[in-house]
Design a protein around this ligand. Sequence first.
Ligand SMILES: [Zn+2]
Length: 103
Amino acid sequence: MAADWTNQKPFLVKQAHVAVKHWGGSRDGKMRCGLCGEAFAAGDTARWQFTNDIPDAGGNPFVCVACDGTKEQICEELRTMRREYGRLKGILGRHLADELWEV
Ligand SMILES: [Zn+2]
């Protein structure tokens, strides 16, 4: 699969993307938004944000249209998630932690 999503521009999620079952950073391997945890479906718009150059952000998440913003906004959101969930972060953090700790 051509990895043209690394140009950090919005792209159309294709069935081939969704079919990949081992996306890094996602415990269940699904392609998920790194901020809200939503699993992408074919036809969605997604964007990949490089963040590994920012201290304490990390993750290089995919983001959905609803969560997308500037790199600074995304990094701040990732930092907030790390504070809230400690070592659980990114996709694991918000998505799974909410499920685990829901009462
Ligand atoms: Zn999202």
